[in-house]
Design a binder for this molecule. Structure first.
Ligand code: NOJ
Length: 577
């Protein structure tokens, strides 16, 4: 007799009970199914997505005008980069009011309409929560810096100058990489791991934590579906600020990440917020060991839903390229470390890295499309929750600015000043930025071939990539062979096949330097994925017969036969089982 099992699934925050048959359906063969594991997350960089009012800056009404486009992608969740009030030293990652919308982006009414429009289309919304630091223009900081006795003084980290110069702390964005800024008003230094306009909050202060919980509840009460917690692994700090070994910044995560206290803060957040709302939670970064990452997401610990490790995204930091053997090793190690417990994100791009195809694929005209599709195949067939960055579904590439004046990113601009001030080679620096600058991924979304790619009727806040006449949504949407439609097909394939979400992953041909091949297996299905990561034909010998297999997806109109793959060819087979 077939056993009937009732499974609780959260659907738009409401538990729905699905009755399914154990013997016939794969539904119950995968333990602990969750909507956030099955979701495909699409990241929107709001400043560059769509401008509705001609000021050259993307906004909420712009996103609203593209809701049907989002729906057409088949994605389930949108992660929206910060949209809160901000002076924009770091494009919204410097928040001056957590309960208001940045004027450039619109109003709270626009936000409510956006959320409603997403939910009507069964798309969930994950907001960025930036609470390692605030803006120096936040009222808390203005108060804090006003006097040593101010009630907000301990909201931030201050070092009184009479104690001497504080031990060196490295800053990501400061021109001299100095994370201590002296403030004459109270004769003290404040700490800023990022720019001077991003002072770090003092999480040891329970009042700070309570403020953060209240902010989270404010947005959760509005009905949002999750938080992506920015730089969260850095919030706990040894506030005695002891000296650190010389050169420690080369292993910054080891020194700044996951300090004692962090898990207590997350557990407290769980009991105050996460346990009360059906939220998806992901913290940026996950420490420097598997153990660190596990401890964040082990379901028994009641902390977060999924880890967002950097090892994969850091592999392509050298313009000379990366080794596929290392790439395979890294993704396979992470998969096996989480095979039994915990959950991962899978991504190759975001707003902090240059374009996916320019880093991991090949952005030359001959291979841009094939390699974009191949990378999409990888993301949509791995275990974990895929995070896909806006514009990658068109195969958008690095803009490769040649002048520092074209850049808008505080990291690139301050990095340039640093090189200049220290007598370094600015031309070499600019050459590196053409490959690495975050602004490469922040150029406006290319909607069509009209002026400014249809992004704005005004002057865009950052230049549009001139290839927009060729690479744009309008040209691709009705072309069955476009990168865009390939993305839609790959998303749909994942949605139809829970085995791609949960199934066992097995790496094949580990030592093949050109081809990444693996199987995903479970729920009565076995899927084989073969990906040529090079611009040359490659051979793949998995030892698995594809005779009688069904081809589920391929980025060439006719898939290769036998063991030969064309440049950047990707094939997904459903094997006879
Ligand atoms: C990580 C964010 O992703 C990045 O864009 C930002 O600059 C820093 N955190 C500081 O908030």
């Amino acid at each position: 007799m077939k056993q009937l099992i009732a499974t609780a699934i959260f659907f738009i925050g409401v538990p729905v009970f699905v009755v399914s048959s154990c013997a016939q359906s794969p539904v119950n063969t995968f333990p602990d199914r969750q909507w956030w594991k099955e979701a495909v997350v699409y990241q929107i960089y709001p400043r560059s997505f769509k401008d509705s009012d001609g000021d050259g800056i993307g906004d909420l009404q712009g996103i609203i005008s593209k809701l049907d486009y989002l729906k057409s992608l088949g994605i389930d969740v949108v992660w929206l980069n910060p949209i809160y009030e901000s002076p924009n030293d770091d494009n919204g990652y410097d928040i001056s009011d957590y309960r208001n919308i940045m004027k450039d982006f619109g109003t709270m009414e626009d936000f409510d309409a956006l959320l409603k429009g997403m939910h009507q289309r069964h798309i969930k919304l994950v907001m960025d929560l930036v609470v390692n630091h605030t803006s120096d223009e936040h009222d808390w900081f203005k108060q804090s810096k006003s006097s040593r006795n101010n009630a907000y003084r301990n909201y931030y980290h201050w070092w009184n100058a009479e104690k001497g110069t504080p031990a060196y702390r490295w800053s990501f964005f400061d021109v001299q990489h100095d994370a201590w800024k002296f403030d004459t008003a109270t004769n003290a230094y404040y700490l800023h791991y990022f720019s001077r306009k991003q002072p770090d909050l003092n999480w040891e202060n329970p009042q700070v934590r309570k403020e953060v919980h209240d902010i989270m509840k404010f947005w959760a009460d509005k009905g949002i579906d999750g938080f992506r917690m920015d730089a969260f692994q850095f919030v706990a700090k040894d506030t005695t600020f002891p000296p650190l070994p010389q050169g420690y910044e080369k292993n910054i995560i080891q020194y700044y990440g996951m300090a004692p206290g962090l898990h207590d803060y997350i557990k407290e957040m769980y009991s105050e917020v996460f346990s009360k709302y059906p939220l998806m939670t992901v913290a940026e970064g996950s420490g420097s060991t598997f153990e660190d990452a596990h401890n964040l997401v082990d379901p028994e610990r009641h902390e977060l839903n999924m880890a967002y490790p950097f090892e994969g995204i850091d592999l392509a930091s050298d313009p000379k390229g990366y080794s596929l053997l290392t790439f395979k090793k890294v993704f396979s190690r992470w998969d096996s470390a989480f095979a039994r417990k915990g959950w991962l994100s899978i991504f190759l791009a975001n707003h902090d890295n240059a374009r996916m195809v320019s880093r991991y694929g090949n952005d030359t005209p001959a291979f841009r499309e094939a390699s974009s599709k191949m990378l999409t195949t990888f993301l949509m067939t791995m275990r974990g929750t895929p995070y896909y960055y806006n514009g990658d579904e068109l195969g958008m590439i690095n803009i490769k600015f040649s002048s520092i004046n074209d850049y808008r990113d505080v990291q690139t601009i301050n990095g340039y000043k640093n090189v200049k001030d220290n007598g370094g080679d600015t031309l070499q620096y600019l050459a590196l930025q053409q490959y690495a600058s975050r602004d490469n991924a922040r150029t406006p979304f290319q909607w069509d071939a009209t002026a400014n790619a249809g992004f704005t009727s005004g002057r865009p806040w950052i230049n549009v990539n001139p290839d927009y006449t060729n690479v744009n949504e309008s040209a691709q949407t009705n072309d069955p062979n476009s990168v865009l439609n390939y993305f839609r097909k790959a998303v749909a394939l994942r949605k139809r096949n829970p085995v791609l979400v949960y199934g066992k992953y097995t790496l094949l041909e580990k030592n093949n330097p050109a081809v990444y091949a693996y199987t995903r297996e479970g729920g009565g299905k076995k899927i084989l994925v073969v990906l040529n990561f090079t611009a040359q034909p490659a051979t793949v010998k998995t030892g698995i017969s594809t005779g009688g297999a069904k081809i589920l997806l391929c980025n060439y109109s006719i898939p290769s036969k036998d063991s030969q793959l064309r440049p950047y060819e990707a094939i997904v087979y459903q094997l006879k089982y």
